[in-house]
Design a protein. Structure first.
Length: 230
């Protein structure tokens, strides 16, 4: 495992809370695997046998309602882990996962990881750190849907997609607009209308390429637009 991958692993709440030697003993010899777009990692209700660390790419976490509707809970990217709570409890996956862009992941065997926790109970604190992070993500998603307008939600996603904080920026959407709409709590037609409204904020769209005239202006729009302007 190279230094760049190790930096990603240590940036996660789960492994960042551990001593480096402990984290290395848990994942240091685990080979990264490449996954093609469309690969299903696990399905809702299946026994939870492993969890994953995203090194590169994007992974959709979703649930399917009894009437067949797909609800996207999260789209994980580099530096995130998923499904660790399920293996910690030794139960079943509460949601399904699918690769939505070519990805490179580490698959961590759940039984082996639980055995190490039993040997070293202090590792349970790392699991709590990871669970707290997942809760933070959920709270942020609820806040976005409840408080921010549809254009603001899209703008927030775009701002998070780039490290640029001043001047122009160009972003390539990592997956289909329909998936992004679902992730942001919108229907495709609402997403298209909201995206069009961002033209007034200097955002132009050419298929999957998003051009932003001034990232600072868009960031201000996300943070300071009043309810009356929404």
């Amino acid at each position: 495992m190279d230094a760049a991958d190790w930096d990603i692993i240590k940036s996660t709440p789960l492994f960042g809370a551990m001593a480096s030697k402990t984290a290395q003993s848990l994942v240091g010899h685990t080979p990264a695997r490449l996954y093609e777009k469309g690969t299903t990692l696990f399905l809702q209700g299946e026994p939870a046998e492993a969890f994953y660390i995203v090194l590169d790419g994007w992974v959709k976490i979703y649930r399917t309602t009894p009437d067949g509707l797909e609800v996207v809970l999260h789209v994980c990217t580099s530096g995130e882990t998923f499904a660790e709570a399920a293996i910690f409890l030794g139960g079943r996956y509460p949601a399904s996962s699918e690769i939505v862009a070519p990805s490179r992941l580490l698959r961590i065997d759940g039984a082996a990881f639980r055995a190490r926790i039993e040997e070293r109970p202090a590792l349970a604190m790392s699991m709590l750190a990871s669970a707290s992070y997942q809760l933070k993500i959920l709270v942020e998603q609820i806040e976005q849907i409840k408080v921010r307008s549809a254009p603001q939600r899209i703008a927030d996603f775009l701002v998070r997609m780039t490290k640029v904080r001043k001047g122009a920026a160009v972003i390539e959407l990592p997956f289909e607009k329909g998936l992004l709409a679902n992730r942001l709590g919108m229907k495709p037609e609402s997403f298209s209308r909201a995206l069009a409204q961002l033209r007034a904020q200097g955002v132009t769209v050419d298929r999957g390429t998003i051009s932003i005239a001034d990232i600072g202006r868009l960031l201000s729009y996300v943070e300071f637009t009043s309810e009356g302007d929404q």
